[in-house]
Design a protein around this ligand. Structure first.
Ligand code: BF8
Ligand code: SF4
Length: 649
């Protein structure tokens, strides 16, 4: 059995894992160990159970069957399986976007939700060609919400948000017949073509996979982000704290976990309700403390500065502190194991989404038309549960870190460009001069196959030391924040000289928190804005930029990887895609796909090596743009520039 230190680099997780080990309470890491050895066929992508002639499996050593009963080869089988992961991931992000659009429609009719960012509403309406003159906010919100909803069932044409991409990037999509048409349509298309006896060209399947993934990044996810900003207000820079130490020993602790901010936004208000605070005091609590896990946490952090209790692998650990009076869950990344863990403590697990039931949970359905009442009922449930807490069994690690979050494509460079003339020019100039070597997005999950947070931190540190500005979201962002990398003061310890200069001049941390996983759409907009600003090529693929997901585990991450690659980003995965038993498909995804989309995958489990692959790519792109090398001496020096140019061209 691995020690707590081998399982995680996060001191709070290590502390909790030691306590749990002593009490023999199993968590995801233990179940991962019990699962060993994991199925090699599954890992290599060689198992097919798409039809009932099967299941079929291909022998990777060539001694057994080399094709399924229908004749599908390893490449076809792995491509179909992977495509179905893309479809599922896209469905998840996009259905979240759909729910936000619904909430906006309800807000437009008047109710508990109100439009908080009128300016962004006006801007989006104008972008979509909706008349804005003389319209009331609610009237306009209704049209924008309906226009957003129309993107799901659209049958012809191209998704509206793809217009935000650089023309050269869009041209690639058109030429490959990969421009996303309608969100639901492209998810269905991918599920259809991966049936038995349908699309059997692995490249052909992958191009369709890219199209569906683009319907996520430039469709469902972007709708989620934009409409959430309009409905709940756009993020602003703010300070907060993260890690299990944000739980309060003497207060009612409500932890929200999942993804949609539609309920958690209301909980933020409900936990400040004077009557409920009074009720909490009457039960012996000093107050009501709200915190979050996973992406819901990121949503309410970005807009309200609500502290973050932890990332994906800390959900069970939070309950195991014995201090959580209610864990409120909605959709996605919520372990079914939570019911059992809450059963060992006094914690009430509260499910709230029509789409997700969990064993051991009580269900309090979020009704958007009376959202505040629902939120108050949940808070009351948590308060009523406070007296059941066994104070002697509470073990909250006294560990939390300060952070600065709240960055967006709109606000990152207001400071760089000056408050009155926000512009990407200073960012582009910093890259062109070599003060910044390039840009990177490091995102994704925790995965018990990897030491928790270790990959996120090592890759991010290596990039920062080499003057690469890192944007992050999701569970990576929480990992970085827990390690103290998200403070402006961190720059002097971890960043190269060029990055330090930028951070000092602007007052930003060396790694920027852009929000939840649907907010990776902010990074797409950011990169498009950099291209539009000029001097760094014509398409996203031309930029000295790269992406990584060191500890990914979710199907949503596969969709994200594919829209990153499809948009032109070199994307390094710490955990390989399940394709390695399919030689031609692997070769395509890590090579030839670049000819079509400008981006490609690499699989590299060593985070420092992964960062260096990204830096090599950034240097090659710099060389292709005839930009100088880094302005200052960097620990990982550029390799042969001529070779870099030829690699890039
Ligand atoms: O959507 S990073 S573990 S929480 S899937 Fe889940 Fe992965 Fe965390 Fe957010 Ni994203
Ligand atoms: Fe086997 Fe082909 Fe059916 Fe898959 S689709 S289970 S490979 S027969």
């Amino acid at each position: 059995m691995k020690t707590p230190q081998e399982r995680s680099v996060d001191p709070a997780s290590i502390e909790m894992l030691s306590i749990l080990g002593a009490r023999s309470l199993p968590v995801a890491w233990d179940r991962h160990e019990a699962m060993q050895p994991q199925c090699g066929f599954g890992q290599l992508g060689l198992c097919c159970r798409i039809c009932s002639m099967g299941p079929c499996r291909i022998d990777p050593f060539g001694d057994g069957p080399s094709e399924g009963i229908c004749g599908a080869t390893a490449d076809i089988i792995a491509a179909r399986n992977l495509a179905r992961m893309i479809a599922a991931g896209t469905a998840a992000h996009s259905d979240h976007g759909r729910d936000v659009a619904h909430a906006m429609l309800i807000a437009a009719k008047g109710g508990d939700y109100q439009i908080k960012d009128e300016r962004k509403l006006q801007k989006l309406a104008a972008e979509w060609g909706i008349e804005t003159e003389g319209r009331s906010v609610n009237d306009l919100a209704k049209d924008v919400a309906e226009a957003a909803l129309s993107q799901f069932g659209q049958q012809e044409g191209t998704l509206k948000f793809t217009e935000r991409a650089p023309a050269a990037t869009r041209l690639r999509w058109q030429e490959a017949d990969a421009a996303p048409r309608g969100i639901d349509r492209d998810v269905v298309d991918l599920l259809h073509r991966t049936n038995i006896g349908c699309d059997s060209g692995f490249e052909h399947i992958m191009v369709a996979g890219v199209r569906t993934a683009l319907a996520d990044g430039w469709g469902g996810s972007m709708i989620a982000t934009e409409l959430q900003d309009i409905l709940f207000r756009s993020p602003t820079w703010l300070r907060s704290r993260t890690n299990l130490g944000v739980l309060k020993a003497n207060e009612v602790n409500i932890v929200v976990h999942g993804h949609e901010p539609v309920l958690s936004e209301m909980l933020v208000a409900a936990t400040q309700d004077p009557q409920l605070l009074e009720l909490a005091k009457s039960k012996g609590a000093e107050g009501i403390s709200l915190s979050g896990i996973c992406c819901t946490a990121n949503e309410i952090l970005m807009r309200h500065g609500i502290p973050v209790a932890g990332n994906f692998l800390q959900q069970e650990l939070a309950i195991a502190t014995g201090a959580v009076d209610a864990m409120v869950v909605d959709i996605q990344c919520v372990l079914p194991a939570l019911g059992k863990m809450s059963g060992c403590f006094h914690t009430k697990l509260v499910s709230t989404s029509q789409k997700a039931a969990f064993p051991g949970a009580i269900h309090i359905q979020l009704d958007e038309s009376r959202a505040m009442e629902t939120a108050q009922e949940i808070v009351r449930t948590a308060i009523e549960n406070f007296p059941n807490r066994d104070a002697s069994g509470v073990t909250i690690p006294d560990i939390s870190s300060a952070l600065v979050a709240g960055f967006s494509a709109e606000n990152i460079f207001t400071a760089l460009g000056g408050r009155y003339r926000p512009s990407y020019r200073p960012l582009n100039d910093a890259i062109i001069s070599g003060r910044l070597r390039g840009l990177a997005a490091v995102v994704g999950c925790n995965n018990p196959k990897h030491q928790q947070d270790a990959g996120h931190l090592a890759i991010t540190r290596e990039l920062m030391a080499n003057d690469v500005l890192v944007a992050t979201t999701g569970c990576t962002a929480i990992a970085d924040a827990k390690a103290g990398l998200m403070c402006p003061e961190a720059a002097s310890n971890v960043a190269g000289k060029g990055l330090q200069e930028i951070c000092r001049a602007v007052g930003i941390p060396p790694v920027l928190h852009l929000g939840s996983c649907v907010d990776i759409s902010r990074i797409l907009v950011l990169l498009s804005n950099v291209v539009a600003e000029g001097g760094l090529g014509e398409s996203i693929a031309d930029l000295p930029a790269a992406a990584a997901a060191p500890e990914w585990m979710s199907e949503k991450a596969v969709a994200i990887g594919f829209y990153a690659v499809g948009s032109g980003a070199f994307t390094v995965l710490g955990e390989p895609l399940p394709v390695e038993g399919a030689p031609e498909l692997t070769k395509y995804l890590t090579g030839d796909i670049e000819k079509t989309f400008g981006g490609k995958f690499a699989f590299e489990g060593d985070p420092v090596k992964a960062a260096r692959l990204m830096i090599d790519h950034i240097d090659a792109k710099r060389a292709a743009l005839h930009l100088p090398g880094p302005m200052y001496e960097v620990p990982y020096a550029p390799r042969n520039t001529e070779a870099a140019v030829s690699a890039a061209s």
